[in-house]
Design a protein around this ligand. Sequence first.
Ligand code: GRF
Length: 200
Amino acid sequence: ARLVVLVSGSGTNLQALLDACADPAYGATVVAVGADRDGIEGLARAERAGVPTFVARVKDHPTREDWDRALAEQVAAHEPDLVVLAGFMKLVGADFLARFGGRTVNTHPALSPSFPGMHGPADALAYGVKVTGATLFVVDAGVDTGAIVAQTAVPVEDDDDVDSLHERIKTAERAMLVETVGRMAREGYAVDGRRVRLGA
Ligand code: GRF
């Protein structure tokens, strides 16, 4: 399967996918990496792996809708089977979803439907939950609301701060992402309303 991965930051989830894809048995290849900003480690990781990159900045477009359309065009040029948002800090819009809805997944550092949005680890810590985790979901128009493909649970320790908790979540998140994207690529999947089945 052809993967296009979109990133906005350090790209450790991307790196985990790049490493997994080095094994032909994994069943997927990262054919391009896109970002909404320059100068990030995620793009450097792609370049080091010899994977083509592109950047679509919101501020280079007159409206958010124009940006969304341009992003979708750049993704489409690489003919992905699956688009993986891996720490991509923008919401994709209607044009993007019209083209890639149902085959775009995102990872969120909390157990949905708890703590949607930008601050999953901090919100979990502030609430005082003892278990949190990460969720891989099929992207829809909402914020972290899409149909759930996989989840992984992580304990909250008494002495955690946001960074230590997020690091523990990210370790589990990377493993879940690699395992689940591999299964989607090799076995297929079916989205039936909110229910996602692997191996369909
Ligand atoms: C991940 O925890 C992702 O879920 C969150 O931001 C982090 C991105 O990490 N939204 P990285 O860029 O893959 O290292």
